[in-house]
Design a protein around this ligand. Structure first.
Ligand SMILES: [Zn+2]
Length: 312
């Protein structure tokens, strides 16, 4: 039995930003992650390049329901007629009935940008969806893969352990590790995008990934990382700094917009410090490439601070 794992760049126009993974076990294939509908031609091209047909795709696996991971699932499922979608129970709900996903993203981005960015998202028939509980497995060829629920980034998130290729597909649980930012040494940071940021759950999820003892982690952003201990340490530090900002802002009466603006400017310092410590000098192009992550991270932390002060 031949085990293969290939990283597919889902948006070659913006290389090294979002990956999906094509896993081949003998005659059977699975995709882990699928970005938006715009990734479809690249995913199908990867199949063809490795001598496989869409009919051989047995599973489409999404780590969570965020649209840069699962937005393309309905289109990919249409193209792969024998595939079953595997998802966290809380994520599956949104993919079977995507109205809420679509309307909340449309509210954030506006109709036109939403359509341009994410394409069309259709409901996936419930009969083609299987949810996976904590520790549940699925078989691909002679391989057995297992999922572990990992909160902290999103409450609908799991990671996928793939022992035969010695990796864990970590979604957004184990940080973002962009290839373009690895010029100094390792440079990894956490995604705290809305709306489920939870520092203690995020630490526990990182520990869960490490406890699997694999030499590789495959974060969706991006590809494979082999220095897992260092990535974990950097992501933990980033979460700690993020949590400090949430605690500070939860004690204020400022508007959510003001909180977000303050956090975003503080996050620039956090990024700059972390980059310097990693031997990386962020240039203008790096900052441009980080704009969306900075905004989303600040948005998620401002949301968390506001939620916390309302609860107290
Ligand atoms: Zn996410």
């Amino acid at each position: 039995m031949k085990h293969e794992r290939h990283t597919v760049d889902c948006e070659p126009a913006h290389p090294g930003y979002v990956s999906a993974f094509l896993r081949i076990a003998g005659d059977e294939c699975a995709f882990v992650e699928c970005y938006t509908t715009h990734a479809l031609p690249h995913l199908l091209a990867a199949l063809e390049a490795h001598g496989k047909k869409p009919e051989q795709v047995r599973y489409v696996v999404v780590t969570h329901a965020h649209l840069d991971h699962a937005g393309g699932a309905s289109a990919l499922m249409k193209a792969c007629p024998n595939a079953t979608l595997l998802a966290h129970p809380r994520a599956a709900r949104h993919l079977v009935a995507p109205e809420k996903l679509v309307s909340s993203a449309t509210a954030v981005y506006g109709e036109e940008t939403f359509r341009r960015t994410y394409g069309t998202i259709e409901p996936i028939p419930e009969a083609r969806v299987r949810t996976l509980g904590e520790g549940e497995t699925f078989a691909l060829g002679a391989s057995t893969l297992r999922v572990f629920h990992t909160e902290g980034h999103a409450r609908h998130h799991f990671v996928v352990h793939d022992p035969d290729t010695r990796t864990v597909y970590t979604g957004d649980t184990f940080g973002l590790v962009y290839p373009r930012l690895q010029r100094g040494g390792t440079f990894a940071f956490a995604s705290t995008s809305p709306t489920d940021f939870d520092a203690s759950a995020a630490y526990a999820s990182i520990d869960k990934v490490l406890s699997l003892g694999e030499p590789t982690a495959s974060p969706t952003h991006f590809g494979d990382v082999t220095n897992v201990e260092e990535v974990a340490a950097q992501v933990r530090r980033f979460i700690a700094r993020s949590e400090e900002l949430v605690v500070r802002e939860a004690a204020t009466t400022a508007s959510v917009a003001d909180i977000q603006a303050r956090i975003e400017s503080d996050l620039r310092v956090v990024f700059d410090d972390a980059a310097k410590a990693a031997g990386l000098l962020l240039d203008a192009e790096d900052w441009a490439s980080l704009t969306l992550d900075l905004t989303l991270n600040a948005q998620g932390l401002a949301f968390a601070a506001d939620k916390r002060r309302k609860a107290s």
